[in-house]
Design a protein around this ligand. Sequence first.
Ligand code: NAP
Length: 610
Amino acid sequence: MGEQVRNALHKAGLHVRVYCPVGEMLQGMSYLVRRLLENTANESFLLQAFSQKLPREDLLRNPAEKLKKMAEEPQKTVEQSGIGPYRIEPVFDWSRAEHRARFADALKRVRDNFPIHVPLQVGGKKIQTASRFASLNPDRADETVGIISAAGVKEAESAIAAAKSAFPLWRDTSAGKRAQYLFKAAAFARLKRYDLAALQVFEAGKSWSESDADVCEAIDYLEYYGREMLRYSRHITMGHVLGETSHLLYEPRGVAVVIAPWNFPMAISAGMSSAAMVTGNTVVYKPASQSPVTGYMLNGIFEEAGLPAGVFNFVPGPGGTMGDALTGHPDVAMVAFTGSRDVGLHILAKAHEIQEGSSVIKNVIAEMGGKNAIIVDSDADLDEAVIYVLQSAFGYQGQKCSACSRLIVIEGIYDRFVERLKAAAQSVNIGPVELPQNFMGAVIEPAARDKVLRYIEIGKEAGFPLFERKIQLENGYFVPLSIFTDVDPESRLAREEIFGPVLAVIKVKDFDEALCVANGTQYALTGGVVSRSPANIRKARESFRTGNLYINRGCTGAVVGRHPFGGFKMSGLGYKAGGPDYLQHFMIARNIVENTVRRGFAPLEETRTE
Ligand code: NAP
């Protein structure tokens, strides 16, 4: 291969290394096929030079320049306002000893402060309540991470009152100033990155890299929504009729209740809260009862950013007893919820009950569960597919809304693929995630453990073959990594969200049947396809109906600003966190029309045209 290039390099006096596989025919052939695939890939220099015939200047351009240009283009409007372009916060590179050492120090430092005492914060004041609850380490249930003051109905109501009285001033604060608070909060979170992530290892049972990714995502939301708000703040000019101006502008709704889950305790909470605040709403934030200390850290970040009192109120407490007081309150204009389907549907019903004296129909953002499938096609690169599936199904113990819980494999490669998957699953380390070598830790709480074990029994009773990796650790809520094969797509195992490391593998005869099975649940959150067939990839694009479809990669790990995230059907209302229309759901649009014919000079306003 590349003989001319090789000769030319040699003639130019450069060293040329030619290497080739040595050994058995079969391995040699697969090696050559891999090289061929790489060389004909869309990004390959060879394809671009010989087939696409790109000009030499383009081919030789420094890729770093190209990347810079791509990052800058969509940000022009932001740059005009003096703020740099949005850039994703890079996760730690654990191959660097410095990160490993600093993270180990952070784990120790954070643990030395346990238990952390967590008050409420209402109207800028810290409040202790008589009723308390504990936040425990799922890997070591005898370790108390925090002791939390619990809000009840009374505290929920006073937080709404505080948010209501802070609203008019906050609404009238300029969008640019509101965005600055988010940028300050992001800067502070960046400074505390190690400690914030270390806390999640203990409180949420996330591995080092999963914890770090969650904090990075929180920073991304703050940076992204801040910039998005600057874009929204320019009134849109509608129509072009002489003698008339017509402006569309966006305004906040009022008091926003933010109810978050525990599985992305910093990122999702920061995302929903910052979207609500930057658009001019005031917030009453209730973290999940399994991750209130992380919620309190978010409160600290906003405090550090200097938000005015009452703009962000922090009320940890049991959703089952004080939740309705928040979501049903007549002074609340909207609810931003992320969590399970059942709680989401309950909140939708509660929020839409019209109360005596209420003058607003609440807007509810509800991001809910999933039963996500990855399809492995008959021509898929199985080495890649194994990694994608393993990461997507068992990363963070399968406790991601985007996790793969159904694996749909075409029959021609079924046995081969399942064998490889089991072998790979056999090799992952399971144990307390404070040890960096462990890929999978315990699930979040005893109820989650019992639910997973119940579904394993359901699978066994249905007679599906089971591969499992058990772990005997008395102290934490550990469950086996479980792979059920030959699962009936109509069974409960294949239709209900389990939210743990349980994978249902389904055999299908062809790609059409695979799509049919993939679409056959009441959820539509994420999905994945591993295939080399352009025709099947096209089919998947057209008819694999999920909120986020990932082709030739895993189905988790959406990135803010790059992969707007959210589902439909019973997974949500079709809104997209981290995307360009998300902030709109936190606002109402008003249109203002003025006849300017007889007015003379009309000052120009800062506007944008769409
Ligand atoms: P959850 O049990 O539904 O709880 C979510 C939040 O709702 C918690 O803060 C909870 O408080 C609160 N809550 C419970 N009952 C309430 C009520 N009656 N009124 C108001 N709030 C109430 O969910 P989870 O176990 O935390 O999270 C896992 C679920 O979230 C999974 O189904 C997962 O798929 C989904 N999820 C979806 C997305 C997405 O973007 N689509 C992202 C992450 C997670 P307490 O903790 O005090 O009960």
